[in-house]
Ligand binder design. Structure first.
Ligand SMILES: C[S@@+](CC[C@H](N)C(=O)[O-])C[C@H]1O[C@@H](n2cnc3c(N)ncnc32)[C@H](O)[C@@H]1O
Length: 765
């Protein structure tokens, strides 16, 4: 990896200048040298705010080190999933420049007039950042001028500039700044005097506390007055922040003065930028993503679509058409337009109507409307309708927000059956979760390509190109001549169901030596992951089903809303159809995580949705449970922690072998999506605590010589498991875990101390 000299000079107020090393060193001078392809600068970026400001958490390391940290994030997210074990993660594609790159910034305004970001202390203190190293020069100049104006606001612009102070008054809470590079040949380019050398202009949104804002007319008047005071600002808008809303930007934006949108060039095309609409933070890196997508699509060239009726003529006479690409989560069309410009036919889907309208308008203005069709709506719904109308695509691009692609959308996308699916993600955890699901849906990738879209921060963009591959066989945890116990993934029914593309049983056909379709011994909801026992014959199903009912227990790990009692038994009748059944569910709280409970749950009997219904009945529904759960909490966990299903996993089966009478424990480990959600919501402490308690399962099947029920007041025991025990006691096919002794915690055992190392992050809904 080559190292280069410093790459970017500082801008804004308060910058010092110092010498720039030729091969590295501290950089704050004004010289800029373009890096050679693949070259990584080893320069340290100096910033006077770095001790206090939380905006650039990686700034203390040199760039190669930063890229290493970012790559490690991608690798460790994928490492949660065995299905992604063979995925290679390439080096991170570096950015150039790594300072002065940020073309969109949301900055908080403090009551003191400071404009910046919250500090590293974790308290909501705004750090003023006049010498910010990452804002583009145009944004830095506007911010600098706004700082001066806020310090002594002229009367005509006070309705926009008085900083919000909850106790005293004022209205301005934040600024949303967006740089556009105007496209030559467009009316605005000539109108505002842009040149090819300096096409950068700015759109400014003042985020105002709604109830303190003046009338619309007064705001417009202030907007007209302030625009000429701000350098290169071509449009001014107001957005209204609602009192308790967690996001800075509220849903309503009004244009106060100047243009409402501007043609913003990325690479060869422009899209239409509007106040508050999505844009990638780094223009050059966005163009690089487009180039990577075009390259992936070009690799399809040899498998161009076969025109109906011509297939029989054989490959040589196939008529090729430009590839047809579905661009999902299209925003204002940056990707679609680049793909169309590259010769593809594109159908774009976007739910935010103004962005979709801008994509249409940009396609029209650039003569691309024959190649770009835009549909406004939800991806899952629109892709569902494309499946129903048997539409075909050569490639699908998905570029979802941080929360990733919804399970329903993943199903629908896979049903389209395109030969290529390219996933562009800004969150490695939700990417890994979705890739794991796509694997079971028949799409997999061999490589992850990370790209540095937001230098100096921990953020990382990742691109994965997926091709169609058969879904993998499930992991077999135990098998003998009567049954096999396998692991079921999330979002997968045990047997085929119309609304699901695949099933666990379908994947079982890929288990080496499998000849007949096994019989389900106990059910598991599609949303629940974990162990499923399958019998090789009707007779074995009856025998093992009886053993399960008489001597067995199914033990689940679950997360429930709020803090439950330490333990309990829920006895409630459950209706199924016209009949009512008595049912009991026992639970024990293992930990409290961010104000919610991690439970070990044992249902006595197996009524439909028993655990979910019983826990909901006592006011502690399962987190992520769409049917019986608490919608705002579920939404929060999905947005923030990537939890897109019920947090329930069948972690352990305890059963007496019906033929030998040997007691067995069969375990599965907590799957990656639930691990990741837990880690994101609480840090590593809860997982470590549960690991120490042996509550997360181990992917093993072991015989036990004593069980909890053999002794009156059991506690965890070290059960000797000598090699000869393993051979003599259990049926021969039970797989020994290998170690000489294993610790088998008794599941009725109360953790002697329930520690609460878990930090409440104030993240209650
Ligand atoms: C990360 S941005 C990607 C924008 C675009 N691909 C680009 O490169 O500029 C995600 C976009 O997805 C849109 N979106 C979010 N959820 C959606 C859904 N369920 N259906 C359709 N679009 C959605 C958002 O409005 C946003 O414009």
């Amino acid at each position: 990896m080559a190292s280069g000299a410093g790459i970017e000079g500082p801008h804004g107020l308060g910058e010092s200048t110092s010498a720039e090393g030729s091969g590295g060193g501290v950089l704050s001078g004004p010289v800029r040298r373009t890096l050679k392809a693949g070259e990584i600068p080893n320069t340290l970026i100096e910033c006077t705010h770095s001790v206090e400001c939380a905006g650039c958490p990686l700034i203390a390391g040199d760039y190669a080190e930063q890229l290493g940290t970012k790559r490690a994030r991608v690798v460790s997210a994928a490492a949660h999933y065995p299905s992604l074990g063979l995925l290679q993660t390439s080096s991170v594609i570096p950015a150039d420049p790594i300072t002065g790159y940020r073309g969109r910034a949301k900055l908080i305004v403090a009551p003191s007039g400071a404009i910046g970001l919250y500090g590293r202390t974790g308290h909501h203190e705004v750090v003023d950042i006049p010498g910010c190293r990452v804002l583009t020069p145009a944004l830095a100049a506007v911010t600098s001028r706004l700082r001066e104006l806020i310090a002594s606001p002229p009367p005509e612009v006070r309705p926009l500039l008085l900083p919000y102070d909850p106790a005293r008054g004022g209205v301005l809470r934040a600024l949303d700044l967006r740089e556009v590079h105007l496209a030559p040949g467009t009316p605005l380019f000539a109108e505002v005097g842009a040149t090819e050398d300096n096409p950068a202009f700015v759109l400014v949104t003042f985020v105002l506390q709604r109830e303190r804002a003046c009338t619309r007319d007064e705001l417009r008047e202030a907007g007209r007055a302030i625009r000429p005071m701000l350098p290169r600002v071509i449009g001014v808008a107001a957005n209204f922040h609602d009192a308790e809303a967690p996001q800075i930007l509220g849903p309503e934006t009004i244009v106060l003065d100047g243009t409402a949108h501007a043609e913003d060039r990325i690479g060869q095309t422009y899209h239409i930028a509007a106040f508050g609409s999505f844009v990638q933070a780094h223009r050059a890196q966005a163009a690089r993503v487009h180039a990577l997508l075009l390259r992936e699509i070009a690799s399809l060239e040899n498998d161009g679509p076969v025109i109906e009726g011509e297939a029989a003529l054989g490959p040589a006479s196939r008529r090729k058409e430009p590839p047809r690409i579905l661009d999902l989560y299209g925003g204002s069309g940056a990707i679609s337009l680049a793909l169309a410009q590259g010769g593809n036919r594109v159908l774009m889907v976007e739910s935010f109507a103004p962005a979709a309208a801008n994509a249409r308008a940009a396609a029209e203005a650039q003569g691309l409307s024959q190649r770009v069709e835009v549909r406004t709506g939800d991806v899952a719904e629109i892709v569902g309708s494309l499946v129903n109308s048997s539409e075909k695509f050569d490639g699908i691009v998905v570029n979802p927000p941080r929360r990733g692609v919804s399970p329903t959308a993943r199903e629908a996308i896979a049903r389209l059956g395109a030969p290529l699916l390219v996933y562009v993600s800004c969150d490695p955890d939700t990417l890994a979760r979705d890739l794991d699901h796509f694997c079971r849906l028949g799409y997999s990738s061999t490589e992850l390509t990370p790209l540095d879209m937001i230098p100096l921060t921990e953020e990382i963009e990742t691109i994965a190109a997926l091709r169609r591959t058969p879904p993998p066989a499930p992991k077999v945890i135990y098998d003998d001549d009567g049954v096999l116990v396998v692991e079921k993934g999330p979002h997968e029914p045990v047997a085929t169901q119309p609304e699901y593309l695949g099933s666990l049983l379908a994947r079982c056909a890929r288990i080496p030596g499998s000849t007949t379709t096994p019989i389900i011994v106990h059910p598991l909801d599609p949303g629940t992951s974990g162990l499923v026992m399958l019998a090789r014959s009707e007779e074995a199903a009856a025998r093992w089903g009886e053993a399960l009912a008489k001597t067995g227990r199914l033990i689940y790990l679950a997360a429930a809303k709020g803090v439950t009692p330490g333990k309990g038994a829920i006895t409630r009748d459950l209706r199924e159809g016209t009949r009512t059944y008595t049912a009991r569910t026992r639970y024990r709280r293992l930990a409290v995580a961010s104000g919610h409970s991690i439970l070990r749950v044992i249902p006595d009997g197996g009524r439909t949705h028993q655990i979910r219904r019983h826990l909901a009945a006592i006011g502690h529904p399962i987190l992520g449970d769409e049917r019986y759960g608490h919608v705002p909490t579920n939404r929060y966990f999905e947005e923030k922690h990537g939890l897109d299903r019920s947090f329930v996993h069948l972690v352990r089966i305890e059963i007496e072998h019906p033929r030998t009478g040997v007691k067995m424990i069969i375990e599965s480990t907590l799957p990656g999506d639930l691990r990741s959600a837990l880690e994101r919501s609480t840090g590593p402490s809860v997982l470590r605590f549960l690991e120490q308690k042996h509550a997360l399962g181990e992917q093993r099947a072991v015989p036990v010589l004593t069980t909890a029920s053999d002794e009156p007041a059991p506690s965890s025991r070290m059960i000797p498991l000598r090699p000869e025990d393993a051979e003599s006691a259990p049926p021969p096919s039970i797989r020994s875990p290998g170690p000489i002794s294993i610790r088998v915690p008794d599941l009725d055992e109360s953790p002697r101390t329930i520690r609460h190392p878990i930090i409440s992050t104030g993240d209650e809904d």
